[in-house]
Design a protein around this ligand. Structure first.
Ligand SMILES: C[S@@+](CC[C@H](N)C(=O)[O-])C[C@H]1O[C@@H](n2cnc3c(N)ncnc32)[C@H](O)[C@@H]1O
Length: 254
């Protein structure tokens, strides 16, 4: 189990990407079979993108590249970056195995250098790891620069209006600490014990919208997320997630 002490000040805490870097193997294994990513987040992103065949897509904070493999299998041209080198290593290894032509870069929004402009950009649960609203702005600014005219940026974030802390939601528990800090606990599918955790920020709607507007995005839309593949058997698993909506999607366009 990896743990992080939410009482530590920001200076003492490792950065979010250091934290993900340290638990890269555990995290990648979890995400491969994670219903939240595979039945909720990624289907939403794919639906929002529409037909990606031949389109160029940038993935901001790609982790172990699970979404990028899905995009590449749909014939998108994908470049993806993450600050955690161990996760990029896992993603590159996976692309070698699958034969996917995905370009992975170790970078963050303050130093990313991209060879082209993209039709669209995506980001799944990365913006909430910005340490403050100013840094949040750097994600939007660098992504805006990376997009073609009319390009859109689809980002799954912690829902700014979510309040159902300390209760089981699908396979996660969210705990509210001081300020805007929220700990997300990833629970084991076997016994429900906490396998990993991470601390992120619950930015409010105004902070996201101000950061996006300052960066030059004009159209801003929020959406809630509904899972795919719901059956009578798994309806109980999804019930709290559908009712309490821990995640939302922010779609902004140039
Ligand atoms: C919850 S994981 C999501 C990963 C991936 N998008 C997915 O769908 O599983 C958050 C990711 O954001 C990355 N990250 C956090 N801060 C970052 C930053 N400033 N620049 C680039 N990546 C960052 C972490 O290294 C981690 O891989």
């Amino acid at each position: 189990m990896t743990s992080e002490n939410p009482d530590l000040s920001q200076e003492q805490q490792p950065s979010a990407s250091d934290h993900y870097n340290a638990m890269s193997t555990e995290y990648a294994g979890y995400i491969e079979a994670d219903p939240i990513r595979n039945q909720l987040h990624y289907p939403h992103v794919l639906r929002s993108l529409g037909d990606v065949k031949g389109k160029s897509i940038l993935d901001v904070g790609c982790g172990n590249g699970r979404l990028d493999e899905i995009l590449a299998a749909r014939d998108a041209r994908v470049i993806a970056y993450d600050k955690a080198p161990n996760l990029i290593q896992i993603a590159r290894r996976q692309a070698e195995q699958s034969g996917s032509d995905i370009r992975y870069l170790v970078a963050d929004p303050t130093n990313i250098e991209l060879p082209e402009q993209f039709d669209a950009a995506v980001s799944v649960m990365v913006l909430p790891y910005a340490p403050d609203p100013h840094y949040l702005g750097t994600f939007f600014e660098s992504t805006n620069r990376a997009l073609k005219k009319d390009g859109s940026f689809i980002s799954v974030v912690l829902n700014p209006n979510f309040t159902a802390f300390d209760q089981l939601i699908a396979n996660r528990v969210f705990k509210r600490w001081g300020g805007n800090q929220v700990e997300v606990q990833f629970l084991s599918p076997k016994d429900g014990a906490m396998m990993m955790n991470a601390t992120l920020g619950q930015f409010n709607q105004e902070e996201y919208e101000a950061a996006a507007t300052r960066a030059g995005f004009s159209r801003i839309e929020w959406q809630l997320l509904m899972p795919i593949g719901e059956t009578e058997e798994n309806a109980g698993f999804w019930k709290a997630c559908k009712e309490l909506q821990p995640y939302s999607s922010l779609i902004v366009s140039r």
